[in-house]
Design a protein around this ligand. Structure first.
Ligand SMILES: [Zn+2]
Length: 285
């Protein structure tokens, strides 16, 4: 398994889901130290790493030295899903654009410009013993497996008349990612909208980029999948796991998790003895 970058520079423009403001990305091919995605803004470089996550409420925010970039998770998910290990993401604006609420457009941009394999081994992390973090009844855990693949099991559960319990189990690879995960859009409950707006969040959200769930069903259907919300949760989980900068051999099980628990899991897992590095260098610090 080799590290990969882009064949050319991508230019992407769009509105931030929370800020509602226009931002512009230029994603450049790169060969970064040890393999990493680097975000660049105003002359500051921020390595995509669990240790540079500065906020986890409603989105994953990377920051360093007072410079921050909001809502990196869908782009990180798309890069990870396409096997891109090395790139520089130049950001003009405060947030990564939401696009259609999924990772599909990012994947299409990446495929269109093309992917180039580097002559360097990719970091591969194998889970060697069970490891789990919990918060109330929510948890994220890593389990050893007896093959060489990355298994994902994800469950969401809400006390809601329409969306109560969804679970998905899949083997992660580039094909399954593009087909089963990337098209799933972010979602919110109709009753949540006022709360979000009052807090200055969700200003760029609309019926085209968020699946809005009312008591009797989706208000802006049709859905792309019957279980689109749990697939989006997998998309977010992969975007957060991508910060570890490696392919994981093991099973990741997430139950009622969110960005905060994903980040705590990564920090504690990377500091544990529950894994070994099979090739490539250690965790992106
Ligand atoms: Zn999301």
């Amino acid at each position: 398994m080799q590290r990969k970058t882009l064949r050319g520079t991508l230019e992407i423009e769009g509105f931030g889901i929370h800020s509602g403001k226009l931002s512009r990305l230029r994603i450049h091919p790169a060969v970064n130290d040890g393999g990493a995605i680097i975000f660049r803004k105003g002359g500051t470089d921020i390595k995509a790493s669990p240790y540079n996550v500065v906020d986890v409420s409603y989105a994953t925010v990377l920051g360093e030295n007072g410079i921050s970039i909001r809502t990196v998770e869908h782009l990180m998910s798309a890069l990870y899903g396409c096997g891109i290990t090395d790139a520089v993401v130049e950001v003009e604006g405060e947030e990564v654009p939401i696009m259609d609420g999924s990772a599909l457009e990012f994947v299409r941009y990446i495929k269109d410009v093309g992917v180039e394999e580097l002559d360097k081994p990719r970091r591969v992390i194998r889970v060697v013993e069970p490891f789990r973090v919990e918060e109330g009844d929510a948890f994220v855990e890593a389990l050893p497996v007896d093959d060489e693949r990355m298994h994902i099991e994800c469950t969401i559960s809400y006390d809601h008349p329409y969306l109560n319990h969804q679970r998905i189990d899949l083997i992660f690879d580039e094909e399954s990612y593009e087909r089963e995960v990337a098209p799933a859009r972010t979602y919110c409950f109709y009753e949540q909208i006022r709360f979000l707006l009052q807090r200055g969040l969700g200003r760029g959200g609309n019926y085209k980029n968020v699946v809005v769930i009312g008591k009797e069903g989706i208000l802006n259907g049709p859905a792309r999948f019957e279980d689109e919300p749990v697939r989006h949760k997998v998309l977010d989980l992969l975007g957060d796991l991508a910060l570890a900068g490696g392919f994981v051999i093991g099973k990741i099980r997430a139950y009622k998790s969110g960005h905060a628990l994903h980040n705590r899991f990564l920090r504690e897992f990377m500091a544990s003895n529950a894994y070994e590095i099979l090739q490539g260098t250690g965790i992106a610090m």
